[in-house]
Design a protein. Sequence first.
Length: 149
Amino acid sequence: MNLLRRMFSLLVFAVLVMLTSSAMASGLAGDVLNCVNAERLAVGLQPLAMDEGLTAISETRAREAGVHFAHQRPDGRSAQSVMEDVPYSWFGENLAVSTDAEAAEIVQAWMASPAHRANILNRHYTKMGIACTKGLDGYYYWAQVLIRD
């Protein structure tokens, strides 16, 4: 009975998070947030909050990934250097490149990769930012920044 009650509570919580997240975060970013939080809730983790500042940072990293696809910035600095003015105690980054801008597909691809999955399911993270930019080569470059402040 306790297991059923817990599962029902998680389901209700997931629906509420998705409804409020959809209202607050629109479009592709909101879709990614909903997919990520569904994965987190499925394993009993707290949902992440979308952070506008981290979304702006993610946009910088997505543009940079179109120039130099690595967890390193085009000028050779570490990916974390993009966080110069943001206090945090935990930092993670997921990058991806795709032929289309489909939120569910990108989250599924990240969940199929052990390192990306570990970032998404890291219990320490509380906030995320996400961005997707179309490169000059026609591909879509994704950057997800996760932190705990």
